[in-house]
Design a binder for this molecule. Structure first.
Ligand SMILES: Nc1ncnc2c1ncn2[C@@H]1O[C@H](COP(=O)(O)OP(=O)(O)OP(=O)(O)O)[C@@H](O)[C@H]1O
Ligand SMILES: [Mg+2]
Length: 353
């Protein structure tokens, strides 16, 4: 039996989503093939080996539902696993493959991936560099531009450039035209993102974004359908059926994503078949350009006026609950959720062998 380590929770604004994603992953990993160890990371960043029912993960039920013992991943390659601070002393457990089911900062951004690379432990998903670049919307857009992947017109500013007057908001507005989307380079789940309709809103949107990061991205507004593509693989890439999200709110903000049930999901997307092919092709090119491996969900806009496909963003640990787009789009292409987990573990072993 192989030992699989599932990391869940995390010091991130997407902590709660991770709990639900991880619960789904654990319930779908083949228990006859793998021993599962769970490490939960609290919102404050404490690490515990959790020995209790995985059904108690949501809403942080795990904090009181089982045995919690301080634990960490050892960077020591001889340990090749975790160190658990038992009352009787330190226990080491060898890990064959780690599955970080962490969304957003401190989990999807290369930090945890770097730890596993240092430790020599194979892990599911993108490596440190591709995770970090994909998490950062300014770096991602730069790589997309360099690789000829079509996207919205964009600009960026740092806190210093803004405060010193080196770059001016008026110039950015003049180039992009209102409305303008303002996004922290590193955030996720629409946190700190706003749509500015005029100069006053642009200034307020920048101030809000600066609460989350010192590097800020501006994008022209694209009046479009939102389509998503699931990519699976290391070198030879498989794509799921392209899907579409119709947000309940003015844009797909945090509330529309997680609280408001009125957002509509369609698989396949309601765009022409050739557009879906174009999206799948662009998704694979984006995945490769960013050096991704394992899996990622690549999101696109399809313009309402003329059906152009524009890259929006990539998620290297996409939402993974049983009702999330990634597993649903893969399922629609014939791979069940549990088979998907199995493939991801095999892809991790293949990549790091
Ligand atoms: N340039 C744009 N034009 C029109 N709408 C946009 C634009 N950029 C973002 N949006 C809207 O805002 C939403 C959130 O933006 P984006 O996907 O970049 O952020 P995110 O926080 O990284 O989201 P995720 O949780 O998917 O990682 C999009 O789903 C879309 O509804
Ligand atoms: Mg998004």
């Amino acid at each position: 039996m192989k030992n699989i380590l599932v990391l869940f929770g995390g010091c991130s604004s997407e902590h709660d989503v991770s709990l639900v994603s991880a619960g789904s992953v654990i319930s779908n990993i083949d228990a006859s093939k793998y021993n599962i160890y769970m490490i939960g990371i609290t919102k404050k960043g404490e690490w515990y080996l959790y020995e209790g029912p995985f059904s108690e993960l949501p809403d942080d039920g795990w904090l009181s539902a089982g045995r919690l013992t301080k634990a960490c991943v050892s960077p020591d390659r001889d340990v090749h696993g975790i160190i658990v601070e038992r009352e009787t002393g330190a226990e080491t457990i060898r890990i064959d493959v780690a599955f970080p089911v962490l969304h957003g900062k401190n989990g999807e951004d290369g930090t945890v991936q770097g730890l596993f690379q240092l430790a020599g432990i194979p892990f599911v998903g993108c490596d440190m560099t591709s995770s970090a670049v994909s998490m950062d919307k300014i770096f991602t857009n730069t790589v997309a531009d360099r690789n000829g992947i079509a996207q919205a017109k964009w600009e960026s500013i740092t806190k210093y450039e803004y405060e010193s007057g080196e770059k001016k908001l008026e110039d950015i507005a003049a180039r992009l035209g209102f409305p303008i989307f303002v996004k922290p380079a590193n955030a996720g789940s629409s946190v700190g993102i706003s749509k500015a309709h005029d100069a006053a809103e642009l200034k307020a949107a920048l101030d809000l974004a600066l609460e989350h990061d010192t590097r800020i991205l501006f994008e022209e507004f694209i009046d479009a359908y939102e389509c998503e593509c699931a990519v699976l693989g290391n070198d030879e890439l498989f794509t799921g059926v392209v899907g579409q999200i119709t947000p309940a709110n003015e844009f797909y903000d945090y509330d529309a994503k997680y609280s408001n049930a009125a957002s509509v999901l369609n698989i396949p997307a309601l765009v022409p078949e050739e557009t879906r092919h174009e999206i799948a092709d662009a998704a694979k090119r984006t995945f490769k350009a960013l050096g991704c491996s394992g899996f990622a969900r690549v999101d696109f806009f399809v313009t309402k006026a003329d059906g152009r496909v524009l890259f929006n963003e990539i998620n290297t640990i996409p939402g993974f609950t049983s009702i999330s787009m990634y597993p649903k789009m893969i399922e629609a292409a014939g791979i069940s959720y549990s088979e998907l987990c199995d493939r991801l573990i095999s892809l991790a072993e293949e990549k790091w062998s």
